[in-house]
Ligand binder design. Structure first.
Ligand code: SF4
Ligand code: F3S
Ligand code: FES
Length: 234
């Protein structure tokens, strides 16, 4: 089948402002959008810029807007789009560096702000090996361990679009992963951060984040659980 790709272009080194370029490509229904981008870059325009690494939905580097919805280009199949024209644009809410590449630093700064690592200064158990937890304790935060930091959720959140200061759903998901880990002792520190002005109360339960997540994480539910935890400790 023959498809048109309408791709957002921006190069800060030229005088041309942001615009769209159209490319005709031959595609198989089972091709992924990433395959089409590779075909354009390989055969038609080697200046086309986008991020990718694993090509298998693991690294989180190729999140972009595909026909208006945030997704990983390596996970979206042509046949699922059901359209002769595919519009591909960079994520919203982050500065465009070139074409489909955005500056991820504000996103990672929000991620770092919630202390995304295990905090526990207590002595190790007597065998000196590991801090054990039950299956139920591990299950408690299993869903939020699946995050690959692709930013599809945060950049689909209206509260984040408003000013970029909102900590965003991805940071809350990663805070949840430690807040509900029975081995962690940094819970109160994180809850204090998330109770702040840019934290969980900026969430208006829009659900865009949950719909955008390529890992099917129940993000809005995780945010609600963190909100409840803050209220419990306030
Ligand atoms: Fe991506 Fe989902 Fe993690 Fe958000 S929660 S960064 S959408 S994997
Ligand atoms: Fe934003 Fe998700 Fe809340 S889209 S408003 S963080 S439910
Ligand atoms: Fe790694 Fe798509 S290229 S998730």
């Amino acid at each position: 089948m023959r498809l048109t790709l309408k791709i957002f272009r921006y190069d800060p080194n030229t005088s041309a402002g942001p615009h769209y370029d159209r490319f005709q490509v031959e595609a198989d229904p089972n091709d992924r959008v990433l395959d089409l981008l590779e075909a354009v870059r390989g055969d038609q325009d080697d200046t086309l810029s986008f991020r990718r690494s694993c090509a298998h939905g693991v690294c989180g580097s190729d999140a972009m807007r595909i026909n208006g919805l945030n997704a990983l280009a390596c996970k979206v199949l042509v046949k699922d789009l059901n359209s002769d024209t595919i519009q591909i644009e960079p994520l919203l809410g982050l500065r465009v560096e070139k074409d489909l590449i955005v500056d991820m630093e504000p996103f990672f700064a929000h991620y770092r702000s919630i202390l995304p690592y295990l905090i526990n200064d207590e002595p190790l158990p007597e065998d000196g090996k590991e801090r054990l937890q039950s299956e139920a304790e591990r299950e408690r935060f299993d869903d939020t361990t699946k995050c690959i930091l692709c930013a599809a959720c945060t950049t689909s959140c209206p509260s984040f679009w408003a000013d970029g200061q909102t900590i965003g759903p991805a940071a809350i998901v990663n805070a949840h992963r430690f807040i509900f880990d029975s081995r962690d002792r940094g819970r109160l520190k994180r809850l204090k951060i998330l109770a702040g002005q840019a934290g969980v109360w900026r969430c208006r339960t829009a659900f865009n984040c949950t719909e955008a997540c390529p890992r099917d994480i129940h993000i809005t539910r995780a945010i609600a659980e963190v909100k409840q935890e803050i209220l419990k400790h306030s």
